[in-house]
Design a protein around this ligand. Structure first.
Ligand SMILES: [Zn+2]
Length: 273
């Protein structure tokens, strides 16, 4: 039995590499050990999320007062304005960029769950703008969205169904995934709910639990390994410790038998075939 493995990292974007080289270079050692590996990066097209204590306090005040956040002020974060980063990314055959929202933030609340309070029209505008930026950056047409903060409410799902864009994260059986669960999804298989294909993410690089890896490998389903680009507001970013968890997870699956690596869109195509 061949195990199908897909690896997805959220938040990869040049806005999180303001100084110095792209953080994605830390994956080169992993790819040297697993040359067949494929890594789907979920990229916010115009990352506008803010971080830090001062921002946390401001957000709290604005939320209490019901003010909008005015986060659009961050300049030049759009992907298509970072040609060098995009060129180096696109030069790696093991990488594929998919959608992770437009701004990664809900301006009404300041939360990372960009689509949580948006209606269908607003959701469609964000997705269309993100698709335009991907096209302008000359990246392949995205096929999958990892919803920022895992929030995929019904208005967004209607837009995705219309555009035939799939969702990453069955929002079931994964870390912190229960907050916006979509009924009817499955933890180890691609499922179609309301016309939207959902590909599961069921392991996080935040830890290495051999028993959980073995249990997933037993199920003859998809193993979806989830992480983030950096440890900003999360614990499963590409730190050295989490990279070593990624090594150990993949080694453990390989011990159980042959592994086939897939990009997220390939996992979805395979399930539809
Ligand atoms: Zn994110």
């Amino acid at each position: 039995m061949t195990r199908q493995v897909w690896i997805g990292l959220d938040d990869a974007c040049p806005a999180l590499d303001p100084k110095g080289p792209p953080h994605f270079r830390v994956l080169d050692e992993f790819l040297a050990s697993f040359p067949a590996a494929k890594i789907t990066h979920f990229v916010p097209a115009e990352y506008s999320m803010r971080h830090g204590l001062a921002w946390g306090i401001e957000k709290q005040v604005r939320r209490t007062m019901g003010w909008k956040t005015g986060l659009r002020a961050i300049p030049a974060a759009a992907l298509d304005r970072h040609a060098e980063w995009v060129a180096e990314f696109a030069g790696r055959k093991s990488f594929r960029a998919e959608l992770h929202g437009l701004y990664h933030v809900d301006f009404k609340t300041g939360d990372a769950q960009e689509f949580r309070t948006l209606d269908e029209t607003e959701s469609r505008e964000r997705i269309d703008r993100a698709l335009d930026i991907f096209a302008s950056a000359k990246l392949p047409v995205p096929r999958v969205l990892s919803p920022p903060g895992w929030a995929a409410p019904e208005p967004l799902r209607r837009v995705l169904a219309e555009k035939r864009i799939a969702l990453a994260g069955s929002l079931f059986g994964s870390d912190n995934a229960f907050r916006a669960g979509i009924p009817g999804t499955n933890a180890v298989r691609v499922t179609v709910v309301d016309g939207v294909a959902c590909i599961p993410r069921n392991l996080s690089i935040e830890s290495f639990d051999p028993a959980r890896v073995d249990a997933l490998a037993e199920q003859n389903g998809l193993i979806g390994i989830h992480g983030h680009y950096k440890n900003i507001g999360v614990k499963n970013g590409l730190s050295l410790e989490n990279l070593s968890n990624l090594f150990r997870i993949v080694e453990r699956v390989e011990k159980a038998g042959p592994v086939e690596f897939l990009f997220a869109h390939e996992g979805i195509d395979r399930a539809r075939a």
